[in-house]
Design a protein. Structure first.
Length: 644
């Protein structure tokens, strides 16, 4: 069968002319200013500690990264994907495209693929319902076309906390990557628009975008919901309910007043950490993360993202393949942002998985060393009283990026979707009579109770620490934990299920300082659920004057708070890790300040491994569908992925 090659595949002059026209349109809409970058780029050399970690990652990853870059270079060699589709292939792809059919058949304009995580059960994703039409309209306005390539699942950890469905949560990240791979496998698109916000969704989409690394990618957020009941007030009601001092009606009223509309939950958990990460890594438009849904500025940013995606395809002279943007410098910048903001512990799992998709290997020591070098500049709930709207109003990510660049703690010379250089992300979008423009961001914090300069931080090091010892490797989030609680030495109470912990609390069994060990919660045992529903119980015990801590091979929420929690312990108990040898009464030392997690016993390695009945984790609420994932998954230290 003859090939229906489009003219754009072989006519490079036409491609360059089209790119120039699109670039003029983009500049008129986006007006991303470059002066700030010129002013900042030579201010300071990169901090030697950050440089050393980056070089260590580069050296460790050289073989796998080079192989990855070779693969995406070969994928890009033949020009636009549509040039190699047959007439029949293309007819199937364009059959329902209405007025766009002619432009698609001619193949002379950029064609954008939309991968969406829309559903209207997730408040953060509900705004995406209208995005496909907005994107198609914006594409037509600049002479481009767009189609929804496919959808990916998006589950809400807030719904499944403490429920069997939480055992599917981490694995949903890899399902999202696989689903997005199917969407992109049609090989029709010159660039991709990735619509996702929440916990596993953005990491899964990044893994897919990296796998299709020759295709430019623009990530499009939906923004946070407006502020409702303050998060600390909600937490107080939760604790009162756990202690029997508030009714279920009181609890429901507080929860509904907090989670009250469309947009991301306003606390600084995994979803909002994801949005921060996309800016620090250059995959959002500057300042796009924390603009509320349903506002004119949000709509203008959506249209600008479409223009930018059309302008960075291989059709023109500003080709920006995703695999080139996602290098070791971008990943280090992401980790710096994680530490400076006191972000979610879940990203210690997701970043290694995302990096491996781009041929880069991250280790826990990279996180630990960057944490030591980076100050904690933000206090956003659960690390403080403010929510992300307050953080954004105080100067937000643009202010932080500027401060960190000036301190030499970020790589300034990265590639981003906005162009060369991270300093463009110090600017913020504004909607004026002339349209959308970018202006210099806040030069100073507008509220130093929320956001502080790098030279006057809330604490000198970041919010995450690496723990190691005879119980394995773990991480702990310390940014919300009082200094006097960051070291605890106490007897263990060992459980195999979080429901057992709740029952022990209800029967008043915790009357002394205790380290609660919840084991067989790792990815191979039951999918590594979050144990956030234990937070109110642990907080009540701590408020009663007890020193308590959690040690687990499971996860904690992105909203991990004031109780010390050593999480992601590896090797996990189900793989014969040291946690499987612990007994009630063993003295455990958890010392976040010195990075220590150990059992103070002489015979740990000589003890038999506990072998509990895990059959109840294998069935119900879809868990039987994921048996292959539990058998295939890697350790938490490398991202707990089934794919890389």
């Amino acid at each position: 069968m003859p090939r229906c090659r489009n003219n754009i595949g072989s006519n490079w002059h036409l491609r360059v002319a089209l790119a120039a026209r699109l670039q003029r349109d983009i500049c008129s809409v986006s007006a991303i200013r470059y002066g700030c970058w010129e002013a900042r780029k030579n201010v300071m050399q990169i901090d030697s500690r950050i440089a050393a970690v980056t070089e260590r990652i580069r050296t460790r990853s050289r073989k796998s990264r080079n192989a990855y870059l070779d693969r995406i270079a070969r994928a890009a060699e033949d020009g636009p994907a549509r040039a190699h589709l047959s007439c029949s292939n293309q007819a199937h792809a364009y059959a329902a495209s209405g007025d766009d059919k002619s432009a698609l058949a001619e193949g002379r304009a950029p064609h954008l693929g939309i991968v969406t995580a829309y559903n209207d059960m997730l408040s953060a994703h509900q705004p995406f319902e209208t995005y496909p039409q907005q994107i198609r309209d914006a594409a037509r306005a600049i002479g481009a076309t767009a189609q929804v390539a496919g959808g990916v699942p998006a589950m809400c950890d807030g719904v499944t906390q403490g429920q069997p469905g939480m055992e599917l949560s981490l694995f949903s990240r890899d399902v999202i990557a696989l689903s997005a791979g199917i969407a992109m496998s049609h090989n029709c698109f010159d660039a991709a628009l990735w619509l996702g916000v929440c916990d596993k969704i953005v990491p899964g989409l990044v893994m897919a975008a990296a796998t299709f690394g020759h295709v430019p990618a623009v990530f499009m957020p939906a923004g946070p919901m407006t502020s409702g009941l303050p998060n600390d007030e909600k937490a107080k009601v939760r604790q009162a309910f756990a202690a029997g001092a508030a009714s279920r009606a009181d609890l429901m009223a507080a929860e509904m007043a907090s989670y009250h509309g469309s947009g991301t939950c306003t606390f600084y958990g995994t979803a909002n950490t994801n949005q921060m990460l996309m800016e620090f890594m250059g995959l959002h438009l500057p300042g796009a993360s924390f603009v509320n849904p349903g506002t004119p500025l949000r709509d203008a940013l959506t249209a600008a993202a479409v223009s930018r995606a059309a302008g960075i395809t291989a059709l023109g002279s500003d080709y920006r393949p995703t695999g080139r943007i996602l290098d070791e410098r971008a990943l280090v910048n992401g980790i710096v942002g994680l530490m400076a903001t006191g972000g979610s512990t879940n990203l210690v799992l997701h970043l290694p998985a995302m990096a491996r998709a781009a041929g880069i290997e991250l280790e826990l020591t990279d996180f630990a060393d960057i944490s030591e070098a980076v100050p904690l500049m933000a206090k956003v709930y659960p690390n403080g009283l403010a929510d992300v709207n307050h953080f954004h109003a105080a100067g937000g990510l643009g202010y932080m990026i500027g401060e960190l660049l000036d301190a030499g703690l970020l790589h300034p010379d990265v590639e981003t979707i906005a162009g060369p250089g991270l300093a463009r992300y110090t600017e913020e979008p504004r909607l004026t009579d002339q349209g959308l423009v970018w202006v210099p961001g806040a030069g100073e914090s507008l509220n130093d109770r929320i956001l502080r300069p790098a030279g006057q931080p809330f604490q000198p090091s970041g919010g995450l620490r690496h723990l190691s010892g005879n119980l394995g490797d773990a991480v702990i989030k310390t940014s919300a934990v009082a200094a006097e609680r960051q070291m605890i030495e106490a007897p263990a109470r060992v459980f195999h299920d979080q429901r057992e912990v709740k029952l022990a609390f209800q029967t008043n069994e915790f009357t002394q300082d205790t380290i609660i060990v919840v084991r067989f919660q790792g990815p191979g045992a039951n999918g590594m659920p979050e144990l956030h529903s234990l937070t109110p119980i642990l907080s009540v015990l701590q408020d009663r004057g007890l020193k308590v801590a959690l040690v687990t091979d499971g996860r904690m929420s992105g909203a991990s708070g004031k109780v010390p929690a050593a999480i992601h312990v590896a090797p996990e108990a189900a793989a014969g890790g040291p946690l499987a040898r612990l007994r009630d009464g063993d003295i455990i030392r958890l010392d976040a300040r010195h990075g220590c997690l150990e059992a103070l016993v002489d015979d740990l390695s000589d003890r038999p491994v506990a072998m509990p009945d895990l059959s109840s984790n294998q069935f119900g609420i879809g868990r039987e569908l994921f048996s292959l994932f539990r058998r295939q998954v890697g350790p938490a230290t490398s991202g707990a992925s089934t794919l890389f």
